[in-house]
Write a protein that binds this ligand. Structure first.
Ligand SMILES: Cc1ncc(COP(=O)(O)O)c(C=O)c1O
Length: 374
């Protein structure tokens, strides 16, 4: 059997996120409560009489319709409901690419697709968002990474960990590269709706090109990661093929999650959840920015356009995993090391958190930075 590539960042988070005093490793905002989602007694009553059936395996009709309504021209035939975007991404690879095929993955990135593709026996090339150019797409590196053998191009937009939002020109460049070789685009769009500076939602790759799987979830922009609801939106034939793989993996999303997800995406609730997320991001980034300013030349950053994460560079002669291991042990704070995105000397720090909690966590990071600088 070939060597297994573990998902190193999720391994670190799973082990420590509930052990430390301050968890600043999440990329979404502080999660919403059941009460915020279903505030009315009649809604609670309705949920209490839900039977624990296996729900409709590809997602209950009401939910699929609400998801489809977010994508111009889509119908529920285009939608498969999955256990988070994590399942959507894995099914996308299993459906659209064969072992031995080549794929091109954006870097830096949440390394799920990068690692899972290797575990599925695919050949993975990467193309860059350039740190020298405010994390903009490096079109030359894209051209080099996409060859005649490329079957799929994987992007994360808005990007984790940098928070970069691609411009129309950058998106067009990805579409042109895919079109040149007939590749699919796997667009992980989980941070769309979690913008910091605008209320305009980041546009989807859906509708820009025929061979697109647009994947998303309720975890980030809606602040509901524990519901474990995500989806694929794509052409009906391939979505059906992904459904066939979903039956092997999870059968269906939990019955209650299907129902609560339909509530979350209702025309009344969705805008409230998005506003809640943006409020957390905007309030939190102000606190983070003040903290950054007090760190002198030790830290520098390209401000993120979206997501509740900052990705500063630090000027210390220390590897990022070593730094994070000391941070956990000595200060009981968890952040994600740049190493886990294949970019050393960076830390991914979340700021979509209650103010006092965030300030206290940042203060402890400051303590370790100064101790190590001296
Ligand atoms: C880019 C990206 N995709 C997918 C996921 C998985 O999210 P979920 O399965 O909760 O939707 C994450 C989680 O952090 C992520 O950052």
């Amino acid at each position: 059997m070939s060597k297994f590539q573990p998902f190193v960042m999720e391994r670190l988070l799973s082990k420590w996120e509930n052990q430390v005093d301050y968890n600043l490793s999440e990329s979404g905002v502080h999660p919403a409560t059941v009460r915020e989602l279903i505030p009315e007694p009649e809604q609670v009553e309705q949920l209490l009489s839900t039977e624990f059936v296996y729900s409709q395996a590809n997602g209950i009709p009401e939910l699929r319709e609400r998801i489809a309504a977010l994508y111009p021209g889509a119908t529920s035939e285009n939608v498969l409901v999955t256990v988070g975007c994590i399942e959507a991404n894995l099914l996308s690879l299993q459906t659209l690419v064969e072992p031995g095929d080549e794929i091109a993955v954006m870097a830096p990135n949440y390394l799920q697709v990068w690692g899972a593709a290797q575990n599925l026996g695919m050949v993975v090339r990467t193309f860059d968002l350039s740190s020298d150019r405010k994390w903009e797409l490096d079109v030359d590196s894209l051209s080099q990474a996409v060859t005649d053998r490329t079957k799929l191009i994987a992007v994360c937009n808005p990007n984790n960990p940098t928070g970069h939002i691609m411009s129309s020109a950058e998106m067009d460049a990805v579409v042109a590269a895919a079109d040149r070789v007939g590749a699919w685009i796997l667009a992980d769009e989980v941070y769309s709706g979690a913008e910091r500076l605008t209320d305009e939602q980041t546009p989807s790759f859906w509708g820009r090109y025929d061979k697109v799987f647009a994947n998303n979830s309720l975890s980030k922009a809606c602040g509901l990661p524990g519901l474990r609801v995500g989806w694929i939106v794509g052409p009906p034939t391939e979505v059906d093929e992904a459904w066939a793989r979903h039956e092997y993996l999870t059968i269906s999303v939990a019955t209650l999650s299907n129902q609560l997800a339909a509530v979350a995406l209702s025309p009344e609730m969705r805008p409230k959840l998005l506003q809640r997320t943006r409020d957390y991001i905007r309030r939190g980034y102000k606190i983070f920015e003040e903290w950054m300013q007090s760190q002198g030349d030790l830290l520098s950053i390209v401000p993120p356009g979206a997501a509740a994460i900052a990705f500063p560079r630090y000027e210390l002669e220390v590897n990022s995993t070593t730094f994070v291991e000391r941070l956990i042990k000595e200060k009981s704070v968890l952040v994600a090391p740049g190493d886990h995105f294949n970019v050393d000397r960076h830390l991914r720090i979340s700021f979509g958190l209650p103010a006092e909690y965030l300030r206290s966590g940042l203060e402890r990071i400051h303590q370790l930075l100064t101790e190590m600088a001296n």
